[in-house]
Design a protein around this ligand. Structure first.
Ligand SMILES: *[C@@H]1O[C@H](CO)[C@@H](O)[C@H](O)[C@H]1NC(C)=O
Ligand SMILES: *[C@@H]1O[C@H](CO)[C@@H](O)[C@H](O)[C@H]1NC(C)=O
Ligand SMILES: *[C@@H]1O[C@H](CO)[C@@H](O)[C@H](O)[C@H]1NC(C)=O
Ligand SMILES: *[C@@H]1O[C@H](CO)[C@@H](O)[C@H](O)[C@H]1NC(C)=O
Ligand SMILES: *[C@@H]1O[C@H](CO)[C@@H](O)[C@H](O)[C@H]1NC(C)=O
Length: 474
């Protein structure tokens, strides 16, 4: 019988990609395991055409494209789509609890899928995204399958996550050796501890220590302080065991439309720019700005006198004020594209981020600090200007600015708005100042550490080997 490892990602593209990349990594170095990825089928929205449906459609398409691309290049990964579940009529798809609730409704399907797999293979380990916490009841508690959490954010984020059940202040979260996290930088779900989303996170954090281990997409050298706090046992409630933590990253996805039109457009343009001269702006799959903010960014870039590559997404539907947006000219200040055409490139919706960051013309990255983006920037040795938008991104910024020291921060107003003058100042600082040079030097060093971690004798490879040895004994 084959030794099977089953992966259970959360359906959001960022979470899904890093878990599938983990599957690829396992297969590359330990091909004796078979890898099955169970995919939750996201039910279509029941309401008629809502303004959000295009965004949702795009997200579904990019997940499907990504899976098709991986299936083509790594046919040994089995993708198994769980059947669509029917949700209760009052299920609200727009709450932050959806991430936890969809897996819960899928528990019967999951149970069936795991039993089916164990008829033909020895199920050595089950790896779940933290959002798929409900699966722990089925896999670990009922079926007694060794279950591991896969944490898609930083080890510093994990340190905070494990602390959630014992947070008793609303001033700061304090972990030895890490910067104190002021209330203003707390992850969204922790801000109001009376909400169901807080309770869902807290329940997950309470259960994690009972797992066989936690796998984190990071590397030891990047987050020494957080890892020490975790292994010292100061993050979990007193008397609770800390499960083993395996830092196997950075996992970076290069799967996608490698020879697509957009890709060529960006890379050809970068080829013509001087070394480290371009600031790249891209805000993730969900980072949408209202028109007012997009105009402000444009003014900042024009006044900064820097070269730039800017990925512009349409504003969220409720911010379009029913104005019809056909071209980018409808969003940006009049004449902006013409005036900056010699030193700037604006692309719509998407850019090949990993390829762009790795291009030696790129000298800075304005990012929302989603963890995948942070890892991609560090791995490419590009210093960041951190402009967090949602989830745990403000906390990621704090760690990257104050602990790891590879980023500068924009100073947004309380409602998240960043003025043109502020952005211009920070972009100049990143691209052309002593402070900018310091973070650049530091991130270049970390780039080499990231490469070293993934080599045969590196820390991340050792962690992967420990993990697979544990699986063989399971
Ligand atoms: C669904 O949840 C969102 C976000 O919490 C809320 O704004 C909205 O009013 C809810 N919709 C319904 C129908 O309850
Ligand atoms: C912090 O907690 C105190 C006491 O529970 C409460 O009165 C206060 O409103 C809270 N402040 C914030 C910002 O949540
Ligand atoms: C998680 O969220 C759901 C939906 O809001 C709620 O019904 C459930 O009680 C929450 N779970 C916990 C453990 O509070
Ligand atoms: C491929 O490129 C298109 C734009 O050219 C983009 O919309 C899509 O998300 C990309 N797909 C992947 C898997 O990156
Ligand atoms: C951020 O901006 C606010 C108001 O615009 C200002 O009071 C504050 O000093 C600024 N902070 C930094 C670190 O520049």
């Amino acid at each position: 019988m084959e030794n099977a490892i089953v992966l259970y990602p959360s359906p959001g593209i960022g979470h899904l990609i890093s878990m599938v990349e983990l599957g690829k990594l396992i297969l590359t170095h330990h091909p004796r395991f078979s890898i099955t990825v169970l995919l939750i089928t996201t039910p279509p929205k029941r309401t008629n055409i809502t303004p959000n449906s295009t965004t949702q459609q795009q997200a579904t398409n990019s997940v499907a494209q990504y899976i098709a691309a991986v299936s083509a290049t790594t046919p040994s990964i089995n993708f198994h789509h769980l059947p669509q579940v029917s949700l209760p009529p009052d299920f609200n798809r727009s709450t932050p609890d959806t991430g936890f609730e969809l897996p819960r409704y899928n528990n019967p399907n999951l149970h069936h899928a795991l039993l089916t797999i164990s008829k033909t293979s020895k199920l050595k380990a089950f790896l779940i995204d933290f959002f798929c916490d409900a699966a722990f009841e089925v896999a670990a508690e009922q079926l007694k399958i060794p279950t591991y959490y896969f944490f898609t954010s930083s080890a510093s984020g994990l340190a905070v996550f494990l602390k959630i059940p014992t947070i008793d202040s609303n001033i700061s979260i304090d972990i030895p050796n890490l910067p104190s996290i002021p209330f203003s930088s707390w992850p969204d779900p922790l801000v109001d501890r009376t909400t169901t989303v807080y309770k869902n996170f807290s329940k997950t954090a309470t259960r994690m220590p009972n797992s066989h281990g936690i796998i984190v997409n990071t590397f030891e050298f990047l987050e020494k302080n957080a890892l020490k706090a975790i292994s010292d046992g100061v993050c979990v409630p007193e008397g609770t065991r800390t499960p083993p933590v395996f830092c196997i990253g950075p996992l970076i996805s290069t799967t996608g439309n490698e020879s697509g039109e957009e890709q060529n457009k960006c890379l050809n343009w970068l080829d013509k720019q001087p070394k480290q001269s371009v600031v790249f702006l891209c805000f993730g799959s969900m980072g949408l700005f209202p028109s007012k903010q997009l105009k402000e960014i444009a003014i900042a870039l024009e006044n900064s006198e820097q070269r730039f590559l800017w990925v512009v997404k349409n504003p969220p539907p409720d911010n379009q004020n029913s104005e019809k947006i056909d071209g980018i000219d409808d969003i940006l200040p009049k004449g902006f594209l013409e005036r900056t055409k010699d030193r700037g490139l604006v692309v719509r919706q998407w850019a090949p981020q990993v390829a762009v960051l790795s291009h030696n013309s790129v000298g800075g990255f304005v990012t929302h600090c989603g963890w995948n983006s942070v890892l991609e920037s560090v791995s490419a040795g590009v210093p960041m200007l951190a402009w967090p938008l949602y989830a745990e991104q403000k906390m990621n910024r704090l760690f990257m600015v104050e602990d790891v020291k590879v980023a500068l921060a924009v100073n947004e107003s309380e409602d998240g708005f960043v003025s043109a003058a502020e952005l211009e100042r920070r972009v100049r600082e990143l691209m052309d100042s002593e402070k900018g040079r310091e973070v650049r030097d530091r991130v270049l060093g970390l780039r080499d550490s990231a490469t070293a971690a993934m080599k045969d004798d590196g820390s991340s490879r050792a962690a992967l080997n420990n993990l697979t040895e544990q699986w063989c004994q399971n």
